[in-house]
Design a protein around this ligand. Structure first.
Ligand SMILES: Cc1cc2nc3c(=O)[nH]c(=O)nc-3n(C[C@H](O)[C@H](O)[C@H](O)COP(=O)(O)OP(=O)(O)OC[C@H]3O[C@@H](n4cnc5c(N)ncnc54)[C@H](O)[C@@H]3O)c2cc1C
Length: 398
């Protein structure tokens, strides 16, 4: 910490956004010897009265997998997964359950490109996976009733992560390396001068903006990043402990339902903070979009869409007809899609680095995306990272 005078804190590097990307970025910067302050609100104890901002990691489960239908995402995930155990060991916080991750889809019809995508990507990158179809698929995962003609890739390094715990682990390592944490949000920025919600002013030599969907909905950049922020609904299906035990061999699943126009995702039973076991299902063809922070924050105060929830419960009953569901409830979240289909990790003109754009898939690879944010903030070149793209940012037309 460079210093503090009369209500003004000074820092070399300030990371704004204590979410998955920002916290990982702060960890990599602090462990590289930088003087780092990490700024952002805690997860609210009471969601319905919280003014915002929220976070797209306020949950106990996210799918992780190396396989993907885009080599860039597959590389981001493979590198992150390779570091999970080290982060767990050094922080003392467990977050990774390698119960296997599976992607499944049709080889014919309008969605066959999805299936060809993950199969050829796995082959091209030499990712360890098992190709399963027909009797072998049904025999291996009898809990699923997948459509006729489905081909699947099973990734043994995949499974689930606890995003809350992963973020805590990254923050613990950042703090152990000297980073400081301020649990407030930023309400304004002029160059390296930041104003926080409690009136504190932070003066930074360099700033990383890692505010997720709020990067577009409530921008802290002069121009609005080209980011579409969609308001999503998820369903949590409660099962008894004995049912969770029966499904102990269940992997996480991304599949295309019969006649589906998009893929859905499903997580195996996870014990949530309320002590109960829930499977989680999500994925929507269409969902509302947030163009401003008020709309985005309002959404997080709701339980999501009841209609979307009903559709997801019907799909869950279709893919797992034998599942003994005790109760279901819905929840709200938001995903941020970039114009490039890849995250933005880019140093902008005024010494600010923009780090955002999970595209609905950024949790599993947040550690590598965070590392790229650190590389960009320190002036490094993305072309040297060997990931197959430059993570350049795009902005809305002026
Ligand atoms: C329903 C759902 C399911 C998903 N499932 C998966 C999955 O299975 N696997 C997967 O890999 N990914 C998944 N994702 C995507 C993943 O959760 C996101 O890509 C990831 O959380 C994005 O990380 P982030 O750091 O960009 O944003 P967040 O994690 O949202 O963090 C942004 C942080 O910035 C803070 N912030 C905002 N404005 C300010 C401000 N002005 N000042 C300070 N702080 C601020 C916020 O409070 C928040 O803490 C899912 C997302 C959703 C919504």
């Amino acid at each position: 910490m460079i210093g503090r005078t009369a209500g003004v804190e000074r820092a070399d590097m300030v990371v704004v956004g204590r979410g998955l990307m920002g916290t990982a970025c702060a960890r990599h910067l602090a462990e590289a010897g930088c003087d780092v302050v990490l700024v952002g609100p805690d997860e609210p104890a009471e969601r319905t009265t919280h003014e915002g901002p929220f976070g797209s990691f306020h949950d106990a489960g996210r799918i992780t997998r190396s396989i993907a239908h885009d080599p860039v995402w597959a590389r981001l995930s493979t590198r992150s997964i390779a570091r999970y155990r080290d982060i767990e060991r050094r922080s003392g916080i467990a977050f990774y359950t390698p119960c296997g991750g599976m992607m499944a889809g049709p080889v014919q019809g309008p969605m066959s490109g999805f299936t060809q995508g993950f199969l050829s990507c796995a082959a091209e990158l030499g990712l360890i996976h098992e190709r399963l179809e027909g009797v072998a698929l049904a025999g291996r995962f009898p809990m699923f009733d997948l459509p006729e003609g489905t081909v699947a890739a099973f990734d043994p390094s995949g499974g689930v992560i606890d995003p809350r715990a992963m973020r805590r682990a990254e923050e613990a390592l950042a703090v152990a390396a000297g980073a400081r944490v301020i649990a407030h949000h930023v309400t304004g920025r002029t160059g390296g001068s930041l104003t926080l919600a409690d009136g504190t002013r932070l003066e930074a030599s360099r700033v990383v903006l890692a505010t997720g969907g709020w990067a577009a909905a409530a921008p802290l950049t002069a121009r609005r990043p080209a980011l579409r922020v969609f308001l999503r609904t998820i369903v949590l299906a409660e099962v008894a402990e004995v049912e969770a035990a029966r499904l102990a061999a269940m992997p996480s699943l991304i599949w295309v339902p019969e006649g589906g126009e998009t893929d859905l995702y499903l997580l195996p039973p996870i014990r949530y903070p309320d002590g109960r076991f829930y499977l989680k299902i999500g994925g929507e063809t269409e969902s509302p979009e947030a163009r401003d922070g008020a709309v985005l924050n309002d959404w997080f105060r709701t339980d999501g869409s009841a209609d979307a929830g009903r559709g997801l419960v019907a799909e869950l009953r279709r893919v797992m007809p034998g599942l003994d569901i005790r109760a279901t409830r819905t929840g709200a979240c938001a995903v941020s899609f970039t114009a490039t289909g890849h995250p933005y990790a880019a140093r902008l003109a005024d010494g600010v680095t923009l780090l955002t754009g999970g595209n609905g898939a950024g949790a599993k690879c947040a550690d590598e995306i965070g590392r790229l944010g650190a590389v960009a903030a320190l002036g490094g070149a993305m072309s040297a990272e060997g990931l197959g793209t430059d993570f350049a940012a795009r902005f809305d037309p002026a």
